[in-house]
Design a protein around this ligand. Structure first.
Ligand code: HGY
Ligand code: MN
Ligand code: MN
Length: 409
C-alpha cells in the first residue's frame, strides 16, 4: 500500500505542476500548453504501465490492455484532466491516477483479462474553455455531434479544432465510439463536499448524480456617458443583470429538496468605469436530484428574464447543457459494496451534487462511481485536498472490481 500511495502522490504532484496559475491553484484549460504537458505525462505513464495508447478526434486519451477475447468491449476506468480556473489538484486527476494505478496492478500481478481494460483521460469536463462541459464524454457517446463540436469557440474566438491543432492533436481522428465497444465505465472522484469527512467514512458508493443545466444569458442595453446621462434615461445592462441574478437564489430555495442555482461567470462590456454597460453576459447553473425541480426553475428564470426585457433591453438565453438526473448501475454499486466489505474499507451510499462524465456514460454503458473525502469539503479552489491513502483504497476496490468485470483469471 505504501508504494501505491507514494506513486499516487507523485502523479498528483506532477500533474498539479501543469497549471497556468502556479501558486494560485490549478488552471488547466483544454488544448492549452498545460493540457499538452499533462497529456504527455499521462501518455508516458500509460506506456510505462504497458498500455497501448491512442487519442480520439476530441483529444480524449485511451490506454488499453488487450484482453484474451478479440474485439471484445472494454472496461473503462478514468476521469477528466482539465480544470476550472484556479481549481484544485484532485478534481479529475484523482480518477485518472486511479485508472493508471489499476492498470499498474494488472501489470505487476500479470493479470490476463478476458475483456480489455482501458484507462481513459477525458477532456473539457468542466467546460471552462468552451462552455457547457462534459465535452469529452458527450463526444464519445455522440451526445455532442461533430458539427456542434466544430462550432464551439473560446472567449477569444478560437475554435476547438484550431486549438487542437495548435497543441499537435488531430481532429480528423475517429470521434464517436460504438457503445458495443464499452462494457463498463468506472470513475473515482473526490466528493467535493463535507459528508464523507464529517462521517469519517473513507469510501462513498455513488447511487445517483444530480441533473443539471447551464445557460448563457446575454443582456443588451445601451452604452452611455456615466456623467451626462440622467438616471431616468438609461438602459444599463449590468443593473438589469444584477437585479435578475440577485433573485435567482430564492427561485432555488422556493423549489427546495436541495435544488441549487448559481451564477459563476459575469462579463461586462465595454467594462469602463465611466461607461454605462452596454452588454452583460452571465452564466446560470441549475441542479437538482429531481428533473421537475430543474424544469420549474428554468420556467421561473425565463419569466423573470421576460419581465426585464423591454424595447431598450434585449435579453436572450442560450442553453449550453442539459443532463437529467442519473442512477448508477445497481450491479456495479453492489459489487463496490461487496468489495469494500471484503477489503474492510468502511463505506456509505452517497448522491452526487456535482456533475461527472459518469452521468454521460450511464445511458451508454454500465457505470459505477466511488467518492473519497475532500478536506473541509472544499473543491474548485486551490485549497482542494484529498488523502492519497483514500485514493489507494479506491484503487484496491477498483482493482478487484475490474478483475471481475474483465473476467480476468
Ligand atoms: O460542475 C460540476 O459539477 C463538475 O465539477 N464539472
Ligand atoms: Mn470533476
Ligand atoms: Mn469540477
Amino acid at each position: 500500500m505504501e508504494t501505491l500511495q507514494k506513486r499516487i502522490e507523485e502523479h498528483i504532484n506532477k500533474l498539479s505542476q501543469f497549471t497556468a496559475t502556479p501558486g494560485k491553484g490549478t488552471t488547466r484549460l483544454t488544448y492549452s500548453k498545460e493540457d499538452r504537458q499533462a497529456r504527455d505525462y499521462i501518455i508516458e505513464k500509460m506506456k510505462e504501465y504497458g498500455l497501448t495508447v491512442r487519442e480520439d478526434g476530441f483529444g480524449n486519451i485511451f490506454g488499453k490492455l488487450e484482453g484474451m477475447l478479440r474485439d471484445a468491449p472494454s472496461v473503462l476506468i478514468g476521469s477528466h484532466f482539465d480544470s476550472v480556473p484556479n481549481g484544485g489538484s484532485y478534481d479529475g486527476p484523482a480518477g485518472v491516477v486511479a485508472g493508471l494505478e489499476v492498470a499498474a496492478l494488472f501489470a505487476e500481478n500479470q493479470i490476463k483479462p478476458k475483456f480489455p481494460l482501458e484507462v481513459i483521460a477525458l477532456i473539457e469536463e468542466e467546460g471552462a474553455r468552451f462552455g457547457g462541459g462534459l465535452m469529452g464524454s458527450r463526444g464519445i457517446t455522440g451526445l455532442l455531434g461533430e458539427e456542434d463540436f466544430k462550432k464551439l469557440k473560446d472567449k477569444d474566438g478560437i475554435t476547438t479544432e484550431e486549438a487542437m491543432v495548435k497543441i499537435g492533436l488531430d481532429p480528423s481522428l475517429p470521434k464517436k465510439r460504438d457503445p458495443k465497444t464499452i462494457k463498463a465505465f468506472l470513475e473515482l472522484h473526490i466528493e467535493q463536499g463535507p459528508i464523507l469527512e464529517e462521517k469519517n467514512i473513507p469510501i462513498g458508493v455513488v447511487e445517483a448524480i444530480v441533473g443539471l443545466t447551464q445557460f448563457e444569458i446575454t443582456v443588451e442595453g445601451q452604452a452611455g456617458h456615466a456623467g451626462t446621462t440622467p438616471m431616468d434615461r438609461r438602459s444599463d445592462a449590468l443593473v438589469a443583470a444584477a437585479k435578475m441574478i440577485a433573485q435567482f437564489p430564492d427561485l432555488a430555495i422556493e423549489e427546495g429538496e436541495g435544488t441549487v442555482m448559481t451564477t459563476g461567470q459575469l462579463n461586462v462590456f465595454p467594462n469602463g468605469a465611466n461607461v454605462i454597460p452596454k452588454k452583460t453576459v452571465f452564466t446560470v447553473d441549475i441542479r437538482s436530484g429531481k428533473e421537475e425541480h430543474i424544469q420549474n426553475v428554468i420556467r421561473k428564470m425565463n419569466d423573470l428574464i421576460e419581465s426585464y426585457s423591454t424595447d431598450g433591453m434585449k435579453i436572450s438565453a442560450e442553453q449550453q447543457l442539459y443532463m437529467q438526473p442519473k442512477a448508477m448501475n445497481q450491479e456495479i454499486v453492489a459489487l463496490f459494496k461487496q468489495t469494500s466489505s471484503k477489503l474492510e474499507k468502511p463505506f456509505c451510499s452517497i448522491n452526487s451534487g456535482a456533475g461527472h462524465d459518469a452521468m454521460v456514460f450511464s445511458d451508454f454503458t454500465n457505470v459505477g462511481m466511488l467518492f473519497i473525502p475532500s478536506k473541509d469539503g472544499l473543491s474548485h479552489c486551490p485549497e482542494e485536498w484529498s488523502d492519497s491513502k483514500h485514493i489507494a483504497n479506491a484503487v484496491q476496490i477498483f482493482f478487484e472490481t475490474a478483475k471481475k468485470l474483465t473476467e480476468a483469471e
